[in-house]
Structure formats: C-alpha cells, structure tokens
Unconditional design. Structure first.
Length: 161
C-alpha cells in the first residue's frame, strides 16, 4: 500500500494540486488523504471504505480507477493471505470457547425436536391388520356352504323312494 500511496502522491504533485485543495474537492479530511498517501491502512476502520477513497482519489487525479483498485486489491490479498493457519485455528478456538461460555437458560437454549418413527410403524401395522380383517370378513360373508358328498348321496336315495 505504501507504493500505491507514494504513486498517488507523485501524481497529485505533478498535477500541481496541493493537499488541502484535493481534500476540499474530494470532501476528505486532511488526515485521511495523508494516511492514503503514506499507506497507513490501520488508520481506516473499514478496508472497503478505504478502497472507495482510493478509487475516488484516483478518479480525481485523472487515473484509471479500475487499475488503481486492482493494485489495491492485490495489496489486500497479499496482506490477508499472510495470516497463518495457526492464527486461524487459534481464532476458531477462541470463538468456540466464547460459545461454550455463553449463558444457558431454558429461555436461551435451543432444543432439537426428537422425531420418533414408532408412531408411524404402529399406524401402518394397524391399517394393515384392519384391512386384513375387513378382507376376511367380506370374503366369508354370505357364503353358502358347499354340500358334502354324504348329503348328496342321501338326497339321491330319498328321491328314488
């Protein structure tokens, strides 16, 4: 970011614009513009806000704002990619510890509803046995019993007499 800030400062000076004039035209404070030109990223709370300042400043200076923003994004990538894996793991542990220390009460706890499959099984078996019972009843109702051979023989003999 230091190189980008130096470049913007050189372009401002070569255009014949002093610092206070640029601040008035852009609506920046003097300290904001000085921090941009010196590459002091820590002076800004939000990196995206800083990117917008750099973009507007580059437009004001007559530069291609897309190229300047690409340079800024390159710096941002290099800066954020230097975070070690250990630092990420430590930050993750701290986050988990904070979640564990969170006060738990009946009003703030999250309950997971337990779903039981047994009622579904009971209902399914009940419907199966009920339909089986209805089938057996319907197949046996109004059924005429068949004659046996013994009765057939008696009827024939009685008819002959």
């Amino acid at each position: 970011m230091k190189e980008l800030g130096d470049y913007l400062k050189r372009v401002r000076i070569s255009n014949g614009v002093n610092l206070t004039e640029a601040c008035e035209d852009l609506g920046f404070s003097t300290s904001q513009l000085e921090n941009i030109e010196s590459g002091n990223v820590k002076a800004f709370k939000d990196v995206y806000e800083l990117r917008d300042y750099v973009k507007n400043y580059s437009k004001y200076l007559g530069l291609n704002p897309d190229k300047i923003v690409d340079e800024f994004n390159g710096f941002l990538f290099q800066h954020t990619s230097k975070i070690s894996l250990e630092d990420i793991k430590v930050a993750q542990k701290k986050k988990e510890e904070l979640l564990e220390k969170k006060v738990k009460s009946p009003y703030t706890m999250e309950y997971k509803e337990k779903v039981s499959i047994w009622p579904v099984i009971y209902i399914t078996l009940g419907i199966f046995f009920l339909s089986l019972l209805v089938y057996v009843i319907l197949t046996n109702i109004n059924k005429v019993p068949e004659r046996t051979d013994e009765l057939k023989g008696l009827v024939k003999e009685e008819c002959r007499l």
